[in-house]
Design a protein around this ligand. Structure first.
Ligand SMILES: Cc1ncc(C[n+]2csc(CCOP(=O)(O)OP(=O)(O)O)c2C)c(N)n1
Ligand SMILES: [Mg+2]
Length: 296
C-alpha cells in the first residue's frame, strides 16, 4: 500500500491514549478526510484529557477548542455563528464527545443544536462508559455489562439508550454510524457529512481495552465483530426518514463478540440468549425502516 502523504495527517504520536484505544484512530481518520480548514471542538473526556490538553504536547495539527463537558453542541454552534459572520462558511467544524458527553450530560446542548440545524458535524465516539474518570456506567453502557459502578453483584440492568433514534427524531439532514474496521465506509461518510449543509451526527463505536477488559490487539477485530453480530449495524439516515444499510452482516452469534471482553464475564445463565434476542429485535426494527423507504 502506498504511504500516506503526511500533509493529510492531523493527529500525531505523543498523546497519552492507552495501547489499543480506538478513539485516536477514529479522530485521526475523521481529521484526515476533513483537512486543514477544520476547527475541532473537544469536551472533557479521554479525547479531551489525553489527546487535546496533554500539556505541553499538542499532537493535533488543527485549530482545537476545549469546552466544558456538557457543552460541545453549544460551543460548536457559537463557533459556527462566529465563522459565518466572518464569511468563513467553508471552514468545517467537528465537535467530538464521548458517550457520557453525548448520551447524558451533553444531550440538551446537542439536541438544541440539532433542532436549530446548525451547520457542523458532531462525532460521538462511544466507549460505553465514563472511561476517563474510571469506568463508570453511562446510559450508553450495554445491559449486563460490568463497570466500576455496576459491579459483578449488580450488573447494568437497563438497556443502552438508542442515541441514533434520538438524533433521527430531530429530522436532521444526516445521521450515520461508522466503524474503524470499515475505513472506506467511514471516510465516505465523513466526506458526505462535510458536503451536506446543516447538522450532521456521526456515531462511532470505540472499543476500550481497559474498560471493556480485552487484549489491546483486538480493537479492530472487536469493531468488526460488533458489525458482523449486528450489535453495531452500519447505516445512514437522511433527513430523518431515508434509511440506508451499508453492510449486510452475516449474523455471527453475539457470543463471538462478548467472549473476548472481561466486562461480560459475570453474565448469568440465559443472559447471552437474552442479549442475542435483544439484538435480533433491534435488527428487525432497523430492517423495517430500511425496507420502508422515504415516505412521499
Ligand atoms: C461537569 C463535569 N462533571 C464531571 C466531569 C469529570 N469528567 C471528566 S471526563 C469525564 C468522563 C467522560 O466520559 P465520556 O464522555 O464517555 O468520555 P470518555 O472519558 O469515556 O472518553 C468526567 C465525568 C467534568 N469534567 N465536568
Ligand atoms: Mg465514554
Amino acid at each position: 500500500m502506498e504511504a500516506k502523504d503526511l500533509r493529510d495527517e492531523y493527529l500525531f504520536s505523543g498523546h497519552g491514549a492507552c495501547p489499543g484505544c480506538a478513539m485516536p484512530l477514529i479522530g485521526r481518520q475523521a481529521f484526515s478526510v476533513l483537512g486543514q480548514d477544520t476547527i475541532v471542538i473537544i469536551t472533557a473526556s479521554c479525547f479531551g484529557t489525553i489527546i487535546s490538553t496533554f500539556y505541553p504536547i499538542a499532537p493535533i495539527r488543527l485549530a482545537a477548542y476545549s469546552t466544558p463537558f456538557a457543552s460541545a453542541g453549544a460551543a460548536a454552534s457559537g463557533v459556527r455563528a462566529a465563522l459565518d459572520i466572518a464569511g468563513k462558511k467553508a471552514t468545517a467544524i467537528l465537535a467530538i464527545a464521548g458517550d457520557g458527553g453525548t448520551f447524558d450530560i451533553g444531550l440538551q446542548a446537542l439536541s438544541a443544536a440539532a433542532e436549530r440545524n446548525d451547520d457542523f458535524i458532531y462525532l460521538c465516539y462511544d466507549n460505553e462508559a465514563y472511561m476517563n474518570t474510571g469506568i463508570q456506567r453511562s446510559s450508553a453502557t450495554p445491559w449486563g455489562s460490568w463497570t466500576t459502578t455496576t459491579p459483578s453483584t449488580n450488573l447494568k440492568d437497563q438497556p443502552k439508550k438508542d442515541i441514533v433514534q434520538i438524533m433521527v427524531a430531530h429530522r436532521v439532514p444526516y445521521v450515520a454510524t461508522v466503524s474503524l474496521a470499515y475505513p472506506e465506509d467511514f471516510a465516505r461518510k465523513i466526506k458526505k457529512a462535510k458536503e451536506t449543509p446543516g447538522f450532521k451526527f456521526i456515531y462511532a463505536l470505540s472499543p476500550c481495552p481497559v474498560g471493556w477488559r480485552f487484549s489491546s490487539e483486538l480493537t479492530v477485530r472487536l469493531s468488526r465483530l460488533a458489525v458482523q453480530t449486528r450489535i453495531f449495524p452500519l447505516y445512514e439516515v437522511e433527513n430523518g426518514e431515508r434509511y440506508i444499510l451499508n453492510e449486510m452482516p452475516e449474523r455471527v452469534r453475539v457470543d463471538e463478540y462478548l467472549k473476548h471482553q472481561g466486562r461480560y464475564s459475570y453474565l448469568r445463565e440465559g443472559d447471552r440468549e437474552r442479549i442475542q434476542e435483544s439484538v435480533d429485535r433491534d435488527w428487525k426494527r432497523l430492517m423495517r425502516e430500511v425496507n420502508k423507504g422515504p415516505s412521499i
